[in-house]
Design a protein around this ligand. Sequence first.
Ligand SMILES: [Zn+2]
Length: 80
Amino acid sequence: MGVAARTARAGAKVCGKEEKVVGVQKASGSCPYCGGRVVATDMEAKWVLCFLPLCLKNKHMFACTACARRLITYPAIVQD
Ligand SMILES: [Zn+2]
């Protein structure tokens, strides 16, 4: 279980960061470690301070479906 899954479960928390997966899409390229399929996950991150949403931003996260590695930086694997 990753941190994101634990964060999602602690939804009753009024202060802190909330992350929600809004979509998963297939990314081009393959994993540099095992050559597996890479998916791009759209995350919606929200900072909440005592019921007041402070900011909302979307981010992309890349991960390999085969070896479950997170590919943090935009990977060089998209070039062919
Ligand atoms: Zn992989």
